[in-house]
Design a protein around this ligand. Structure first.
Ligand code: ADP
Ligand code: MG
Ligand code: MG
Length: 252
């Protein structure tokens, strides 16, 4: 699914990612954890192709293609979903209309006919049930006046509708309450298939009580300094990050 090799990236001339290596196979859920400022959101942004970030070295292979060669729009069309790409407020455009447009753009890109109204509605209903979202929310202007939990629900609904192959969720919002965490976790768990992969970026171990990751990676100073299974997240919960920082800082 995804192969990241020796990825270096900078913003405004400042090096943030210093040689990331990561391989993700179909069906896997990877959690990226790490202290504040370690580069977690930068990694998510580089994967999505946000233009402020400059990739200075390394490669990213996505389904056999060079991801760095694709525009952010084409990455989305190729099945990469980044949650924070979409939480923008769009006055006058409902989630329903936004998704209709997005889905038909993807279909056009793939050389498929636009989805007819009946099929679209059937899919909507099915996914609404799956992520437990209310019809009323979908008729409102996208994200306008949405609460934190409603934004999360909406984000997960978009993910359900767009059926991405690789989802990247950056739970950067320190205001995420327990309901929002549950919404995200339930969504990820229900949408998981043997052909899709998920990267969950978080510095909360709490989220991983609900999403059981196959792998946990700790990012520190722009590098993955430790990888393990879900037990690593539990160890971090118990011991914090200082022991990892010490290990790394004394070794360098
Ligand atoms: P994390 O998500 O792990 O908390 P980030 O990827 O957001 O970390 O940030 C990593 C580093 O990059 C931090 O030192 C941060 O200050 C810096 N950084 C992030 N965005 C910018 C920016 N737009 N301009 C300058 N520095 C930035
Ligand atoms: Mg941060
Ligand atoms: Mg962050």
């Amino acid at each position: 699914m995804l192969k990241i090799k020796n990825l270096h990236a900078s913003i405004e001339g400042k090096d943030i990612l210093n040689g990331i290596n990561l391989e993700i196979k179909p069906g896997e859920v990877h959690a990226i954890m790490g202290p504040n400022g370690s580069g977690k959101s930068t990694l998510a942004s580089v994967l999505a192709g946000r233009e402020e970030y400059e990739v200075t070295d390394g490669e990213i292979e996505y389904l056999g293609k060079d991801l760095l060669d694709l525009s952010p729009e084409d990455r989305a069309r190729e099945g990469v979903f980044l949650a924070f790409q979409y939480p923008v407020e769009i006055p006058g455009v409902s989630t329903t209309n936004f998704l209709k447009t997005a889905i038909n753009q993807i279909r056009e890109y793939r050389g498929q006919e636009p989805l007819d109204a009946v099929s679209f509605l059937t899919t909507m209903k099915e996914k609404m049930k799956l992520v437990e979202i209310d019809q009323a929310l979908l008729s409102r202007s996208l994200n306008e006046g949405f609460s934190g939990g409603e934004k999360k629900r909406n984000e997960i609904f978009q993910m359900a509708m767009l059926e991405p192959k690789l989802s990247i969720l950056d739970e950067t919002d320190s205001g995420l309450d327990i309901d929002a965490l549950r919404i995200v976790a339930n969504g990820v768990n229900k949408l998981k298939t043997s052909e899709t992969s998920t990267i969950v970026v978080t510095h909360y171990q709490r989220l991983l009580d609900y999403i059981v990751p196959d792998f946990v990676h700790v990012l520190y100073k722009g590098k993955i300094v430790k990888s393990g299974d879900k037990n690593l997240a539990l160890e971090l919960e118990e011991k914090g990050y200082d022991w990892i920082k010490e290990e790394v800082d004394t070794a360098t």
